[in-house]
Design a protein around this ligand. Sequence first.
Ligand SMILES: Nc1ncnc2c1ncn2[C@@H]1O[C@H](COP(=O)(O)OP(=O)(O)O)[C@@H](O)[C@H]1O
Ligand SMILES: [Mg+2]
Length: 400
Amino acid sequence: MQHSGGRYRGAPLPVNRTTRELSSAGRSSPHPEVREEPAPVAWVGPTSPESRPKPDHGHVGIGDPSAQELDPAASEGQSPETEAKVATAMDHPPNGTGPPTVLAAHDLSKRFGSKVAVEHLNLEVHAGEIFGFLGPNGAGKTTTMRMALGLIRPTSGWVEVFGQDVARHGAAVLPKVGPLVETPALYLHLSGRDNLKVFAAPLGGVPPGRIESLLELVDLSERQRDRVGTYSLGMRQRLGLAISLLHNPELLVLDEPANGLDPAGIKSIRSLLRQLRDFGKTVFISSHVLGEVERLCDRVAILRRGQLIQVGRIEEFRDSAGPFVVDVEDAQGALDLLHCQPWGQSARLDGQGRILTEAPGGRGRELNSVLSRAGFVPDGIGRQQRDLEEIFLELTGDAQ
Ligand SMILES: Nc1ncnc2c1ncn2[C@@H]1O[C@H](COP(=O)(O)OP(=O)(O)O)[C@@H](O)[C@H]1O
Ligand SMILES: [Mg+2]
């Protein structure tokens, strides 16, 4: 399975040291027919001849205090010019329909010795979405992504990519995947353009003009002839992204691509990923900072200590979060009443003498009715507004 699916022609591929370390760990598999050979340390795929995009969905606009508009596309400018760059850089999408699920973890677990990094993880990434994988440092994001890329083997469970078990059929499916796991190992003494050429060589070359159009896409055309050693972190990340796009993959697996970038760099990566998504690519992206992905992702999964805490659209997290806040004259009397209700056991007073409580069926109107019938007519009832970051921190708890 070494360099599965690719024609390796001797170009020196920089291999992440950690990847080598990890590749020898965890060899058991739910599939008895899996050969217990080392997982590939680096994958090089051939140019993918086809893509199966579904450019058929809208954005999720998540509010952001720093942006005036809710629509991220509007706030971060998806210019026709950038769209054209994506269209040039990527092969044009055919009309075929892709599988609804392009990546799925099935009861996936990974242990390093006695350390459980990922535990019974189940999740699905759908075709054409940007799926955020969120969790504090040490939550198991990188480990999961390495398993999804066939870089390390699960201790139990498996990852399906394009309907195939990666551990068994990596050679067939990994050519459709563009990986960017942690900081890309680049040749600092070479120019950005030459880095792309070096990485394109083992793919058997890429279509004419692809390197130029990718440089355009990631906004490095002007600096393409400068040594990468002179690039900022953001430029290196963008170059890493261009490398992972060389073979026109259908699915991007990006581990913390915004790590260490300044706000402008993060914004530029976000805008690029949206363009790729709109062009039909699927993006599986991890982050430990909610703000980096909250306006980008169609759905997010929150991971904590190797376990999945919640999956959904960010606005669902917001809607489901926060108790009702009740302003009422006799707060203590109302509180006693609420404590007698099956749904009101957790009712409490906040610092301003208001009641924080759940409501019957989650409906404020019902809560109002219960209180009013007992003579505690509320002056006001509303949902407590909480910062998404607070919700995220509450869900993920303390980092390991
Ligand atoms: N090669 C390894 N050997 C031992 N423990 C590891 C190894 N790789 C990761 N871990 C541990 O697994 C847990 C999850 O790590 P990781 O997947 O890197 O988390 P994240 O990417 O979410 O920060 C951490 O506790 C980490 O220390
Ligand atoms: Mg990580």
